[in-house]
Write a protein that binds this ligand. Structure first.
Ligand code: AMP
Length: 398
């Protein structure tokens, strides 16, 4: 990798301040964190640094406070949570720069962690303002970026600070980059991509890129309906983007010319409505009745998809195969996810998934832990899959 890694830092960091960019933009309900994944995945970097006696100053954004202090978006509630999850002493500073941050810094001992207030309380953060970046950088001797999920934004705390401090990739950043690299940059072929979700329009760039990189493309979810319609099938009341029919046709043609084998459902589960246990039946994809909507893939399709996975060495997955929030229309996603998990364990399939609803869909299926890697990043994961350069990653390059 052409990044500086934590192992390249001096062995003893006593008295040294590490400015660590984390992504603590965690899901919260009524003041309680509802998913600790992002926090727990930062632990390897925290352990690495504190065990070498470093003083770790943590920077993060939280929500969208639009450049002004706003108690609703304060990170203060997280200090005790981090202390418990990371098993280190974590203090809190009411500002991420200036006198308050300097005061917090001066009370630190070796091996301590200081959490700074939301970086987005200052306009300079999202503007990537050089003066603000410089102020942040004055808090540390080294900068470590462990926030892959924020790397698609060129902000002061992800990009600007690297102008002023030697920058390193943290353990989570390293793991994300390694997994993504294995999945698409230098993958073992055949590579299969599963792309599901609601709409083509939000995944157009993704599809265009994947076509050029993968051997098989399995399309599911609401977006598959538009493709079925573009192929001349009736799709009843199903979700469909009529303004994307031509685009769908052109994607079908590109798949042919790029030798990317495209798989659409040959049978579907179609229901009366988008509700739990709505009356439903399985139909061939060319016999969808007018009064029903497609909400999942059928068994025959799943059998074909499993055969494709059997012959694959690498799998990239984004988006559910059906309306996974509404039972029983989560079955297709659950079934294929558990099959992918099994192949990962038993056949050495490299399986990487991420982006938006994908993580919750796979968590719900109970198979997420069997995948080789589940990315904690939403937008950054998608932009990376789309082949874009992520400014936060670029800024870390030697
Ligand atoms: P995305 O955020 O684009 O990955 O889309 C995820 C959403 O797509 C979930 O909320 C699913 O309920 C929805 N979805 C998947 N399949 C269908 C379908 N056949 N009809 C309607 N919505 C669907």
């Amino acid at each position: 990798m052409d990044f500086r890694l934590l192992s390249e830092l001096p062995d003893n960091l006593a008295g040294k301040f590490i400015l660590l960019r984390a992504d603590l933009n965690v899901p919260v309900q009524k003041g309680d964190v509802t998913d600790y994944t992002r926090i727990d995945r930062l632990k390897p970097s925290i352990n690495f640094l504190t065990s070498r006696n470093a003083r770790v100053i943590v920077l993060s954004h939280f929500g969208r406070p639009k450049g002004q202090p706003n108690p609703e978006y304060s990170l203060s509630f997280l200090a005790p949570v981090l202390q418990e999850r990371w098993s280190v002493s974590v203090a809190f500073s009411k500002d991420c720069c200036g006198e308050l941050a300097k005061e917090g810094k001066s009370s630190m001992n070796d091996g301590d962690v200081l959490l700074l207030e939301n970086t987005r309380f200052h306009k300079g953060e999202t503007e990537n303002n050089p003066d603000f970046s410089k102020k942040l950088s004055q808090l540390g001797d080294y900068f470590v970026n462990d926030a892959f999920s924020a790397a698609h934004r060129a902000h002061a705390s992800t990009v600007g600070v690297t102008q002023f401090l030697p920058a390193y990739a943290g353990c989570l950043m390293e793991a994300e980059l390694e997994a993504l690299n294995k999945a698409l940059e230098n993958p073992v072929h055949p590579v299969t991509a599963v792309v599901g979700g609601a709409k083509i329009s939000t995944k157009l760039e993704l599809l265009e890129t994947l076509i050029t990189k993968v051997d098989n493309l399995i399309l599911g979810g609401g977006m598959a309906n538009t493709f079925l319609k573009a192929q001349g099938h009736e799709i009843g009341k199903s979700l469909c983007e009529n303004d994307m029919l031509e685009t769908a046709k052109s994607i079908l043609e590109k798949c042919e010319s790029q030798n990317c084998k495209l798989y659409l459902p040959v049978d579907v589960v179609a229901a009366d409505g988008f509700e739990q246990n709505s009356p439903h039946d399985v139909y061939e994809s060319n016999k969808i009745p007018q009064n029903r909507m497609v909400l999942d893939a059928g068994q025959k399709s799943l059998g074909i998809y499993k055969g494709v996975l059997d012959g694959s060495k690498t799998l990239v997955w984004n988006g559910p195969l059906g309306a996974f929030e509404v039972e029983p229309f989560d079955s297709g996603t659950n079934d294929l996810a558990s099959y992918a998990g099994k192949l990962t364990n038993e056949n050495g399939l490299i399986s990487v998934a991420g982006g938006g609803d994908t993580v919750s869909a796979l968590e719900k299926s109970g198979s997420a832990s069997q995948f080789s890697y589940i990315s904690t990043a939403g937008g950054a994961f998608l932009e990376w899959l789309e082949g874009k350069t992520l400014p936060g990653v670029q800024a870390l390059k030697r």
